[in-house]
Design a binder for this molecule. Sequence first.
Ligand SMILES: [Zn+2]
Length: 213
Amino acid sequence: MPHLPEHLLTGYRNFMSGRYPAESGRYRSLAREGQAPETMIVACCDSRSAPEAIFDAGPGELFVLRNVGNLVPPYEPDGEYHSTSAALEFAVQSLKVKNIVVMGHGRCGGIRAALDTNSAPLSPGDFIGKWMSLIAPAAETVTSTFMTATERQTALERISIRYSIANLRTFPCVSILEGKGRLTLHGAWFDISTGELWVMNKETGDFERLEME
Ligand SMILES: [Zn+2]
């Protein structure tokens, strides 16, 4: 008996009887020619914010990196393990993506953890606390007692996107290619409850709700 949860086996059977036959030509050519996605998305691990679903993307279209809180650390070539930076380096230097989108989302547990510094760590090893401390300088900007917890959360979800985009620019490969006009950085925020996508205005940094026609 295959050792996978039943819902995964069911899903896979549906994939093989539905989506795969419809896209088998695409899968075969991707296998033959390799992948060449034009867009990298940095998204949260949250099961409700899957970029492939939100952007209705097929195989080979998006190079997706997901981590807790959709964060990009600054460039730190210190010989340590940097999975996010490795994926970024691969996307930019090897795949030569043209766009990088940092996509946050509403009700993000990682962002909540970054704001909730007084309580005990979410996990015994406190990997989350350490990871989310990356945006501590951003979290310090939403400490006003006049803000509600919800306002603080939404604000940091968006500020941290701008913060990660600033960190992206500390990578020489990113800033050089952006300067040459061969790479564009974008920010987006997905509202899980309504399905709304808010896109960052490049000039002002504000997030504007995408109008549907
Ligand atoms: Zn999240």
